[in-house]
Design a protein around this ligand. Sequence first.
Ligand code: V47
Ligand code: SF4
Length: 385
Amino acid sequence: MTLANRLADIRDKVYAGVRLTFDDGLFLEHHADLFTLGELANFVREKKNGNITYYNVNQHLNPTNVCVYRCAFCSFRADLKSPRGYVMTDEEILQRAREASEAGATELHIVGGLHHLLPYEWYLNIIRMIHNAFPQLHLKAWTAVEWDWFERITKRPTQELLAEMKAAGLGSLPGGGAEIFHPEVRRKICDYKADAEQWLRVHREWHRMGGRSNATMLYGHIEKPEHRIDHLLRLRALQDETGGFQTFIPLAFHPSNNPLGQNIPKPSGLMDLKMIAISRLMLDNFPHIKAYWQMLTVKVAQVAQSFGADDIDGTVVHEKIYHAAGSDSPQQLTVAELRRLIEEAGRIPVERDTLYNHIVREPADVTKWTIRQPLDTQPLLEVAS
Ligand code: V47
Ligand code: SF4
């Protein structure tokens, strides 16, 4: 079969809604041109999400950067005794939550380092404390790597810890820590921390409790196309089983200030768009693909809305991980800026909460909002902070 026939075969599958195989994914990686990838991914994106691009009003909180692990790609972490290391006090954490609440945020994205000395209860208390003070904030907290660490230090099963933290106010799990699942790569870039099975197990357990989570993939370093397709298919298999993933976020490697980045350039804009498109095509059972503007730059995140993405993340504020690794994106975008960027990309901006309910704001007071179920015009719940 010629390359053109093979691509035509894949095009037919996509238009007919037939699932792509590992070999199809590898073919797309090696041979598909960017415009064909964009055309196919955009078809799937519009079938699933129409002309909408989602954004949210959120803030990030990284309570500590001290970490027992030494992932080769990480510019954020600090050693226990490093002058760069910090641990936020309860007052500082609550102040940040207050700031988010007063800015009208619906979500706090909370991840950090795995501190050598701090007990699991410190992490649990962060969730409890913020939830008690600001119950309207959805707390999307702790990556599967952190949950695995909690299990190691408490010797209690993650299932029990997830249930305990849910009772304390945990809303959902972020997608971080997935990196590249394949052991050939994983042992070189982040040996010792949770492996693929452990990462997937935490998400499976959370989904079985009715929870929702996200997934990521760190690309553009030492991995090869087959590792990326393998990664996507492992996620697709778990999604077939549980249906608990909401959005997939391909993360472009940022090479500044970390050991892995010494001889590796930052992925190009073309590579970024290709990853968005291939993710959209392979992950046929994921509702959303996010072009995280902080990581991709605003410009690429805008173009990505025509290459398979239907989400751009949110206002963000206080981003540390990418800025430590050389990102020159702004620290935050206002809602007006996000909406303008989305409209300029030819899409309809829709504010969502973490669980993809549509949010309607009171124009006179941004801290008051109404949650609507997607495609439902009846307000379900009035929330005022
Ligand atoms: O797990 C760390 C990555 C992740 C670098 O769930 C790096 O909505 C590139 O997961 N270059 C954390 N990537 C960020 C994350 C995330 C971000 C936005 C939204 C969501 C969500 C999740 O950042 C880490 C790691 O994979 N990372 N260092 C780096 N130098
Ligand atoms: Fe620690 Fe996470 Fe950085 Fe790895 S990526 S060193 S686990 S903070």
